[in-house]
Design a protein around this ligand. Structure first.
Ligand SMILES: N[C@@H]1[C@@H](O)[C@H](O)[C@@H](COP(=O)(O)O)O[C@@H]1O
Length: 317
């Protein structure tokens, strides 16, 4: 078992410690979740969770908020900024947090690194505590930052999610690599709070395996991207409880075009039950997507401990 794989399977005790660590959201007319890479994908999911919980929210990539916040919110100085960053050192994220604070914005940092530049440039720190040796690809830290962000906006996470997420990861693992054998194009589809998670599944698998991936909203996929689907395609459908019928129809259409469909929470060539409240599926499926990325990499003989062209932190200048 390599480090990445070990970290994925050994993440659950850290979840247990983080469940119940709730910090109240800061009062503001808008909450802006910000991050880069995986942290931006988490921001997208968290913004959906926040809106559903009654806190108006958007997600913005670090560089965009740094360079043109007014393009996202005219009264940007009045927002609550939640900056997500495992390392707390990503250039755009740190610079955006600093610039926002200078303009009077209240900044919450969610990070693994309490001594990082981001942690030193925030008004409130929410620490995602893991063992320090995760490697380049972000797995346990991503799960923890999502968990803590969801709790911050009032989503209740019961301890039983640990068993559900672990069992889902084990089930998908048992079905692999047969489900993905010979597939060289992976598509991840999800809506609502699962949209950011679909993008994260796509990013994770791409980072880990150097396979071409796409992440889309399910019905958006029909408007052009579907032209790429053939027998080389594997689709991961992240079903939303309230959209299952239309998503199942799409899954069937993609199967007819040659794709293998892995259904998390609904039909497919592989159909796995996601055993948790629909409000917390985003967190529950994350380890399963991480192990899928690892197995896809292994099927190509790619080592995820040192992925090509990637570094743990991207710093400019
Ligand atoms: N290769 C890493 C990504 O895996 C990560 O998602 C991103 C953001 O990192 P951080 O969360 O530390 O800001 O940085 C790099 O690009």
């Amino acid at each position: 078992m390599n480090t990445t794989e070990k970290v994925i399977f050994e993440q659950f005790p850290y979840w247990e410690k983080a469940i119940g660590l709730v910090s109240a959201p800061h009062e503001a007319e808008l909450t802006v979740f910000l991050g880069c890479g995986t942290s931006y994908n988490l921001a997208l999911s968290l913004a959906a969770h926040a809106n559903l919980a009654g806190y108006p929210a958007i997600a913005v990539p670090g560089a965009e908020w740094l360079n043109r916040p007014a393009a996202f919110w005219p009264r940007w100085q009045k927002v609550h900024l939640v900056a997500l960053s495992r390392s707390g050192e990503t250039t755009e994220t740190v610079a955006a947090a600093k610039a926002s604070r200078k303009a009077g914005v209240f900044v919450t940092a969610i990070t693994v690194e309490p001594e990082s530049s981001l942690a030193k440039n925030c008004d409130r720190l929410i620490e995602a505590a893991t063992h320090g040796d995760e490697g380049i690809v972000m797995t346990v830290s991503a799960s923890l930052m999502l968990l803590l962000g969801m709790q911050m906006v009032g989503v209740q996470i019961p301890p039983s999610i640990v068993q559900s997420a672990r069992s889902l990861a084990d089930q998908i693992d048992a079905a692999l690599p047969k489900m993905i054998e010979g597939r060289s194009h992976f598509v991840f589809l999800g809506s609502g709070s699962l949209y950011g998670i679909a993008l994260e599944g796509a990013l994770k698998l791409m980072e880990m395996s150097q396979i071409i991936t796409q992440g889309f909203h399910p019905l958006e996929y029909r408007h052009g991207p579907i032209s790429l689907v053939d027998e080389n395609t594997a689709v991961v459908m992240l079903y939303s409880a309230d959209q299952k019928a239309s998503e199942a129809l799409l899954a069937e259409e993609l199967r007819e075009k040659g794709a293998t469909v892995i259904g998390l929470g609904g039909p497919g060539d592989l159909e796995l039950t996601v055993d948790c409240d629909p409000a917390i599926v985003s967190l529950c499926v994350l380890p399963a997507l991480q192990i899928l990325g690892e197995r896809a990499a292994q099927s190509k003989g790619v080592d995820t401990v040192s992925p090509r062209h990637l570094t743990k932190v991207v710093m400019l200048g």
